[in-house]
Write a protein that binds this ligand. Structure first.
Ligand code: NPQ
Ligand code: MG
Length: 367
């Protein structure tokens, strides 16, 4: 197929509930949506960047720039028969994984649609539903956090992730664990600690946590290996794993026993599958992380999580947890067994609602 035209849409979506992590609080979620057109078909990809370089160095502006000035021109008018053709055209660009992922994933959707295939089948997934959980942000008070968790448990979520930071950690997590002894529970520090905080994490070893996510620096693996050696609870790396090589290095030195795979952070579906396969060969479980995506990115996450080594519930909640009115339909609804279903229909199986898209759009670029 020849890529005939490409559109970039910069949108801003108000969140149902503000989301606070160790690095900040967000009420409106920006993102860039990429549409690739060929032979009357359109493939969609999402770039879940933020306004500020706090989770990742990539921002809306860097991703827009790299897409518009480098990645889009590299594939426009070019033939693509498989995702590897796109990746080859990106090879001169260093980094900017989220920008790459948006365009590569749009091409996956296009190719799946052209074959009348659901994306998860093209990826090699077998399941039709995937176990999921919810990521609960930092709240102003412990009571407010307990209210949030109560609500999500009542909705049927069987796995909860708590965001932690210094001063909002062991006691908070212990309180939640005592209230819900059987809940699948894990924590995410988003790099808020140093090795000097090892005693804090040793105190969490008794709280029956599935894992402790990214306790140390965003690009570290060496100190994580030191910390992991002192803990029974598995460390899970998120921010530090931006490529297949980094995943291999982390496993080689024992920096983690679990990996969180986010398609955008690792530069697209091809790298996500490679990391999944590598971890499978090493007996290391993976799970699918989330970036508060719209239904476009969420559908990719569900499709990816159907691969066999996704052995822990993903940060892929129902659409209602994120936005009042998503830009794509149908919405994802939580099944009674704390799973989400793969949508019917070719490609990502969700379709863009043009009026909604225009109503939240800040910028539009067509080539
Ligand atoms: C994580 N996500 O696993 C991320 C990070 C993240 C669902 O916990 C605004 C503010 C948007 C903070 C998107 C979840 C964000 C954000 C993702 C943090 O680390
Ligand atoms: Mg994380």
């Amino acid at each position: 197929m020849k890529i005939e035209s490409i559109e970039l849409h910069h949108v801003a979506m108000p969140l149902v509930h503000p989301f606070e992590t160790s690095f900040g609080r967000e009420e409106v979620r920006p993102c860039i949506l990429v549409a690739v057109h060929s032979q009357g078909l359109t493939g969609w990809g999402e770039c879940p960047v933020e306004a500020a370089p706090f989770y990742s160095y990539e921002t809306v502006e860097t991703a827009w720039h790299v897409l518009r000035d480098f990645l889009v021109p590299a594939v426009l008018g070019q033939p693509v028969e498989r995702p590897a053709d796109v990746i080859a055209r990106f090879s001169r660009v260093r980094g900017h994984q989220m920008a790459r992922a948006a365009l590569e994933n749009a091409v996956w959707d296009l190719l799946a649609r052209a074959q009348g295939m659901r994306l998860h089948r093209l990826l090699g997934g077998q399941r039709d539903r995937v176990p999921v959980g919810v990521s609960v942000g930092i709240e102003a008070t412990l009571d407010q956090l307990l209210d949030q968790v109560t609500g999500y448990v009542a909705q049927g979520y069987r796995r909860v992730k708590l965001k932690i930071k210094p001063g909002w950690d062991v006691e908070v997590v212990r309180t939640v664990r005592r209230r819900w002894p059987d809940l699948l529970l894990q924590v995410d520090a988003n790099s808020a600690y140093t090795l000097a905080d090892a005693p804090t994490f040793r105190r969490m070893d008794d709280l029956d946590l599935l894992l402790i996510e990214q306790p140390l620096d965003y690009d570290d693996i060496v100190d994580h290996a030191t910390l992991q050696a002192q803990l029974r609870t598995p460390i899970c790396l998120d921010e530090s794993i931006t490529s297949v090589e980094r995943a291999r290095w982390a496993l080689d030195i024992g920096a983690c026993r679990v990996i969180n795979i986010k398609v955008a952070r690792v530069g697209g579906l091809t790298n996500a599958i490679r990391i999944h396969d590598l971890c499978g060969e090493r007996g290391v479980p993976v799970w699918c992380g989330g970036m508060l995506e719209t239904n476009v990115g969420r559908s990719v996450n569900v499709a990816l999580a159907t691969l066999p080594n996704f052995r822990l519930p993903g940060d892929i909640s129902a659409s209602a947890r994120y936005y009042q009115a998503d830009i794509a339909a149908p919405d994802f609804v939580l099944n009674s067994d704390s799973t989400l279903s793969v949508p019917d229909g070719p490609g990502i199986g969700v379709h863009i609602l043009p009026e909604r898209l225009v109503s939240v759009r800040l910028r539009h670029h067509v080539v």
